[in-house]
Design a protein around this ligand. Structure first.
Ligand code: NAP
Length: 491
């Protein structure tokens, strides 16, 4: 879904293609050829379609179907799923694979309906080619989607105005074509590399340097950061082990990126606006290709939004700080109602008719990010409370699929009709998740991890930040102990 909808110009994954791929089938991984270090959206979509073809999945998939509700039937111990076209499906188990970043956050700016130009959201991009030639384009938002779309639209538009609420840290991708030799090296030991990646915090190939940034001189720290920068990608975060925990250490990484911005951007005013001030990594690090240099182009200007944000949209454009910016097109790169949005947009009701939105009123509650008390037989893939967005999503999804698959086999084998986490196990898991998150610097900014980008959403750190190895171990131990923490009811 992600790669079907996010087809805006420049859409690309920031995990290396050879590892942003499935590891369950050796023939698949040996045969498929990735063309670039970081895969573009069309290439990932081709890969997903190829996997569906290769494993004959299409007969099991019903496209163009929006699920409206999922209701637990306590008598029958099963789920009743309805679609917006009034189809009804009954199933004993229901697995929500609705994604972490799939419910678009579309702010309803005052006067937006009067705008006479075109409006696009990066996460709901049209399928036909959108031409920005000779047009005055506005982009609202400078997160990972904004960064990518800005770089591309700047190449085409007559003028691009970027409306920035919070400047972001962008590291260079140094994307490049992958030749057969590059691929052969990985393919010769694919499974070994994947096994090693599983032992890292996020399931990525970059390995954390287990040293404090403060244990070395500033000069040495800079040299290492420079080397990491030149390798490209998110590995910069793993240069020292305390960037995520110690503000003084983190400041060294912040200063390094701020100096990169100063060295790249020509206009001092624009430079000042682009300098991020928050903890690096507190909001998701963005990966770009000449992002900061884009602001040296004569057809690009940057508007720093004031406290009132976008004040008004008129038929002609955007008004901020009483200035009208005339536009033909408006691109909303305003992100997602992350982690819970795709679930709360389906009317899910569990035991005793309790809506999931009520159970999660104060923030998502789950056991292992896999199941929620009061919602028996309902699984979530990469749900809140699991490492999900803090990890390499494809292997992480595979892990959940395998765990759920084995769980269902166990239930069938033991003639069990209902599985549900008990309150104690769930409360302990939620408390543990909060305790680990509190030890990090992630609470220090308004990120979507905390739900802070959506007005009114409770502020809770939603993904599990204890790392993939700890998480995998816990999931395996729970299963090995006969699904410890779950109530299993026999038929
Ligand atoms: P995002 O990180 O939430 O960024 C949204 C941007 O819109 C932020 O700059 C935000 O400002 C701004 N914004 C939101 N509401 C606004 C409003 N009412 N007025 C003005 N500005 C507003 O969303 P995203 O860029 O779509 O990225 C979401 C996540 O998707 C990423 O963090 C990443 O995990 C994933 N992603 C990955 C890639 C990749 O692999 N390269 C690409 C795209 C997305 P504030 O910062 O002030 O809230």
């Amino acid at each position: 879904g992600t790669w079907y909808w996010n087809r805006y110009p420049g859409a690309r994954c920031d995990v290396e293609s050879m590892f942003y791929s499935y590891g369950f089938d050796e023939e698949l991984e040996q045969e498929w050829e990735w063309t670039e270090r970081y895969p573009s959206q069309p290439e990932i979509l081709r890969y997903a379609n190829h996997v569906a073809d290769r494993f004959s999945l299409w007969p099991h998939i019903q496209l163009n179907t929006r699920v409206a509700s999922a209701t637990y039937d306590t008598e029958k111990n099963g789920w009743r799923v309805t679609t917006e076209s009034d189809e009804v499906f009954n199933a004993k188990f229901c697995i929500m694979a609705t994604g972490c970043l799939s419910a678009a956050n579309e702010p309803n700016f005052d006067g937006m309906e009067t705008f006479t130009g075109r409006i696009f959201h990066t996460g709901r991009w049209p399928h036909e080619k959108i031409d920005f030639k000779d047009r005055r384009v506005g982009v609202i938002g400078t997160g990972s989607s904004g960064v990518q779309v800005i770089q591309e639209v700047a190449k085409e538009a007559a003028h691009l105005t970027v409306f920035q609420r919070t400047p972001t840290y962008v590291v260079e991708s140094f994307n490049r074509a992958l030749d057969r030799g590059d691929q052969a090296k990985v393919k010769a030991k694919y499974q070994d590399i994947r096994a090693a990646a599983r032992k890292t915090f996020g399931g990525f190939t970059a390995v954390m340097n287990e040293q404090s940034a403060l244990s070395v001189s500033e000069e040495e720290c800079r040299e290492r950061l420079e080397a990491a920068w030149n390798k490209g990608g998110i590995g910069l975060q793993f240069t020292y082990n305390d960037f995520g925990f110690n503000e003084a250490a983190n400041k060294r990484a912040q200063d390094f990126v701020r100096d990169k911005i100063r060295a790249t951007v020509n206009d001092p005013n624009t430079t000042e606006k682009l300098l991020p001030r928050h903890i690096l990594g507190c909001k998701r690090l963005s990966i770009g290709t000449n992002y900061y240099a884009t602001y040296n182009k004569p057809n690009v200007s940057l508007v720093q939004l004031g406290d009132n944000g976008i004040e008004h949209i008129t038929q002609d454009g955007v008004i901020s700080e009483e200035t009208l910016y005339p536009l033909d097109d408006l691109v909303l790169a305003t992100g997602f109602d992350a982690m819970t949005g795709s679930l709360s947009r389906i009317h899910i009701t569990g035991r005793n008719g309790q809506p999931l939105t009520t159970a999660w009123q104060a923030g998502p509650q789950s056991y292992l990010g896999l199941m929620t008390h009061g919602f028996p037989n309902l699984f979530t893939i990469t749900g809140p409370g699991s490492p999900s967005v803090l990890s390499n999503m494809l292997p992480t999804i595979e892990h959940h699929v395998e765990w759920i698959g084995e769980c269902l086999a166990h239930l069938r084998e033991h003639n069990i009709r209902e599985i549900e986490p008990n309150v104690k196990a769930q409360d302990e898991w939620v408390a543990h998740g909060n305790e680990v998150a509190d030890k990090t610097l992630r609470h220090g900014c308004n990120s979507w991890y905390l739900g802070a980008n959506v007005p009114g959403k409770p502020r809770v750190f939603m993904p599990y930040i204890g790392g993939m190895p700890t998480y995998r171990e816990k999931c395996s131990a729970v299963a090995a102990a006969g699904y410890d923490g779950f109530e299993l009811t026999e038929s």
